[in-house]
Design a protein. Structure first.
Length: 403
């Protein structure tokens, strides 16, 4: 907990100085007042936070999931919410998460609902978190809702980890390949250039191409670097505009190899979030607003906005999906239609989400099986080309010497 340094006057005018540990400045003052000390100065003691230095000051999804799981378990075991969160503060090691828990605890002690306090941390808790907690508070089943939140968040986090694990190898190979190309162009080819000139004769095409690329890299690397930086800055600036965001979002859904995976993952996010909210009694309009805010892809975000507007006008929820079958397959729209008519929209969407969840994981594994051999072939092709460029002139020299 934070430590405060105080100065004050006690009974009989006696001066006091010291430190007090408290959740907040207000609590520190209250503590000193209860001990008959009138505070004249009170300041926070800044200490070196070694945990923050080691773990960083960001809260990741694993910390949120752990907090949710532990809190649910504590409440199930009969612990009051305030005491359960105090236990969470002691158990969680991430310093940034501890500060979040401390703020939530302070709000709860002040009589503020947990769901309201969570809204103060939009960068920590996903958009669906606070409304679901509010639903749990209203129906009197906060542990059950917390379990659903943690299960849902874990599934999304597992998918992200799967994507990272698949991309780790190709990114590593690509990085090594780029480093290898730089070393070849800047160090190896120039060292052979003089030898090739002394040999005379006509050089093979692979050698000529590699030498020309090497000369450009050595003589114009500053210009190349400036151009690359300017292009990167232009792309980044364009991606921040409204048109740029829409273009990038559309391009992501249509991208070769990964477009179908991104589409499947977006559908899973849409269906899982909406079904979880609806099953816990969150109103449809609020649920669609939350889903719209949780989706990053602008194209899909606009479709969800159209769905929300459709419901506000009293029309079918699924109608906008029929107009965007290139993104949402007809089966999704028909499932939502069926859910609306049967009154079991949350359950129907949950089953659809499970199907697309499996499809996304299958496509990820399929992509992994394709990427690794392609990257190996690219690196192998690069090494073969360099070997040909270096050794073909030598073979020609030996051949001419034999004649």
């Amino acid at each position: 907990m934070p430590k405060y340094r105080y100065s004050g006057i006690g009974e009989g005018g006696k001066a006091f100085k010291g430190n007090v540990v408290a959740i907040s400045k207000a609590q520190a003052k209250e503590y000193l007042k209860n001990n008959s000390i009138t505070v004249t100065s009170l300041s926070l003691v800044k200490e070196i936070n070694w945990q923050k230095f080691i773990y960083g000051d960001k809260v990741g999804m694993p910390e949120v999931i752990l907090f949710t799981r532990l809190l649910s378990g504590a409440i199930k075991n009969g612990m009051p919410l305030k005491e359960a969160i105090e236990v969470m503060y002691r158990q969680i090691s991430n310093p940034a998460m501890k500060n979040v828990i401390l703020s939530i605890l302070s709000d709860i002690k002040a009589g503020i609902d947990m769901s309201v306090s969570l809204e103060n941390f939009p960068k920590v808790f996903p958009p669906y978190y606070a409304p679901l907690v509010k639903a749990g508070e209203e129906i009197g089943d906060l542990p059950g809702v917390l379990d659903q939140i943690s299960s849902y968040a874990e599934k999304l986090d597992d998918i992200k980890k799967e994507i990272k694990s698949i991309l780790t190898y190709p990114i590593a190979v690509l990085s090594i390949g780029c480093l290898l190309v730089i070393v070849i162009l800047v160090k190896i080819i120039p060292s052979f250039k003089k030898t090739f000139a002394e040999m005379g004769g006509k050089l093979p095409l692979p050698t000529i191409i590699l030498q020309n690329i090497s000369d450009i890299a050595i003589n114009y690397w500053r210009i190349i670097l400036v151009v690359v930086c300017l292009v990167a800055a232009s792309v980044w600036s364009f991606s921040r505009t409204k048109k740029g965001k829409y273009f990038m979002s559309k391009a992501a859904l249509k991208a070769p190899f990964i477009g179908s995976i991104i589409t499947s993952l977006t559908i899973v996010n849409f269906l899982k979030t909406l079904s979880t909210l609806l099953k816990n009694g969150v109103p449809i309009i609020l649920s669609l607003t939350i889903v719209q805010n949780s989706i990053k892809n602008i194209v899909v975000k606009d479709i969800v906005r159209d769905m929300r507007n459709n419901v506000l006008r009293g029309f079918s929820l699924a109608a906008p999906l029929h107009q965007h079958e290139e993104i949402f397959p007809p089966s999704v729209a028909y499932a939502i239609d069926m859910g609306e008519k049967s009154g079991n929209l949350g359950e129907v969407m949950e089953k659809s989400a499970e199907f697309y969840d499996k499809q996304a994981l299958y496509e990820l594994k399929l992509l992994s099986g394709k990427i690794n051999p392609v990257m190996t072939m690219l690196i192998g092709g690069l090494v073969l080309w360099v070997a040909m460029a270096i050794y073909l002139p030598m073979f020609d020299m030996m051949k001419n010497a034999g004649h």
